[in-house]
Design a protein around this ligand. Structure first.
Ligand code: SAH
Length: 258
């Protein structure tokens, strides 16, 4: 890659980060869904070690922190998100137990079999579901838990427009039974799965972006990259409005088999 391209690439990532720093969530979800997933997980104590991978600014991590004992490490690639994460933890007086660090989900700073629980909402797609569940397994204690959301097809047949969109954006999207079977093959006992309700997308993910998008375009008038980013994000919402019967996010809760 030429030097010019890499700097453009960096700018793009910075732009995306800046945009998503202005909204509370960087992916679809809700406190209700986080708590529902947590309800399938037993045995957490104040000694428990928990990791939230691809934590973003920590919307779901703070809910976890307020509703579990134990220590939580949030990991995200982007320092700007981790700064906001740690500020949120401090604001909620969780900073003794909930800490964000910069790192990558494919190079975890934990010991083997250190973790009681690995959490990841709307983020495993960055390395792919199969790679993620297989890489992360060794960091879990025997019997440790995994709770992860992933993009899933709800029907075996899909209209071409939405099929094409996902094959381009994230071809690893799969059906719920296939995800469950992949968990089993990777050495987990699947315990539960549930679809995220539509409000997790509409009210919690898309709605707060309307204002953020307007402000962003005002801040970067005539900036082609900023305009393209906002156009892409708006297109995602149009597709969701049209095809939410066909795809969405699913929470999978599983336990490392011993
Ligand atoms: N869990 C948050 C954020 C989801 S967005 C929420 O649900 O709101 C996906 C997040 O993954 C972003 O914050 C992005 O910065 C982060 N990310 C992308 N690649 C990553 C990697 N390799 N390692 C860790 N985090 C990564």
């Amino acid at each position: 890659m030429s030097k010019d391209n890499s700097s453009i690439h960096e700018f793009d990532i910075n732009l995306i980060c800046e945009y998503f720093s202005n909204v509370e969530r960087q992916g679809p979800g809700s406190p209700g869904a986080t708590l529902k997933a947590l309800s399938f997980i037993d045995n957490l104590t104040d000694k428990s070690r928990i990791a939230d991978l691809g934590c973003g600014t920590g919307g779901q991590t703070m809910i976890l922190g307020e509703n579990t004992p134990g220590h939580i490490t949030g990991i995200d690639l982007f320092p700007a998100f981790i700064n906001l994460f740690n500020r949120n933890a401090e604001r909620l007086n969780l900073h003794d137990r909930v800490k964000g660090i910069v790192g990558s989900m494919d190079d975890l700073p934990f010991q083997k079999e250190e973790l009681d629980l690995i959490w990841s909402e709307g983020a495993i797609y960055n390395i792919g579901f199969e790679k993620g569940i297989s890489l992360w397994r060794e960091y879990l204690k025997p019997g440790g838990y995994l709770a992860v959301t992933e993009a899933a097809w709800f029907k075996a047949e899909r209209p071409e427009e939405i099929e094409d969109f996902w094959m381009d954006a994230y071809p690893q999207i799969d059906t719920i039974p296939n995800h469950i079977s992949k968990l089993e093959k990777a050495g987990y006992v699947p315990l539960a799965s549930f679809m995220l309700p539509e409000y997790c997308w509409r009210e919690n993910f898309f709605a707060p972006q309307v204002e953020a998008q307007k402000n962003f375009l005002l801040k970067y008038p005539g900036n082609k990259m900023a305009e393209d980013l906002i156009a892409n994000l708006r297109h995602e919402k149009v597709l969701y409005d049209k095809y939410s019967d066909y795809y969405g996010y699913v929470f999978y809760i599983a336990r490392k088999s011993v």
